[in-house]
Design a protein around this ligand. Sequence first.
Ligand code: FES
Length: 129
Amino acid sequence: MQDSSAAPELRVCAATDLVNGGLGVKVPVSDGSGRTTAFFVRYQDRVHGYLNRCAHVGVELDWEGSFFTRAGDLIMCARHGATYKPDTGLCVGGPCKNGRLTALSVEERDGGVYWRPAGKIRPAEDTPA
Ligand code: FES
């Protein structure tokens, strides 16, 4: 049986828009407490999506869509430098070590990247301003 609280699947971008360790794609979302963004990146050929909220202070992680360290092996918060494993969202360095990003359900198929919203995190268009 399907979860009746699930929102319709959203096509985030073309699969080719995400390259390993490259820029992320951001989508405006609401998480029930306010508006922010979600982000989608590619790491080791797989796509991953997270709520764009650092486990340290709760601000957005990126600087103009850039989420990765220069080496492309970790996600790094632009504010104070916390680092996260791109495939799990686990914080492995910085002020919120052992914290975690909120992972989203993401799938790549037919040349596209798709997010299936669930819980409180929804595309911002779905919610009143
Ligand atoms: S807000 Fe991200 S490391 Fe401080």
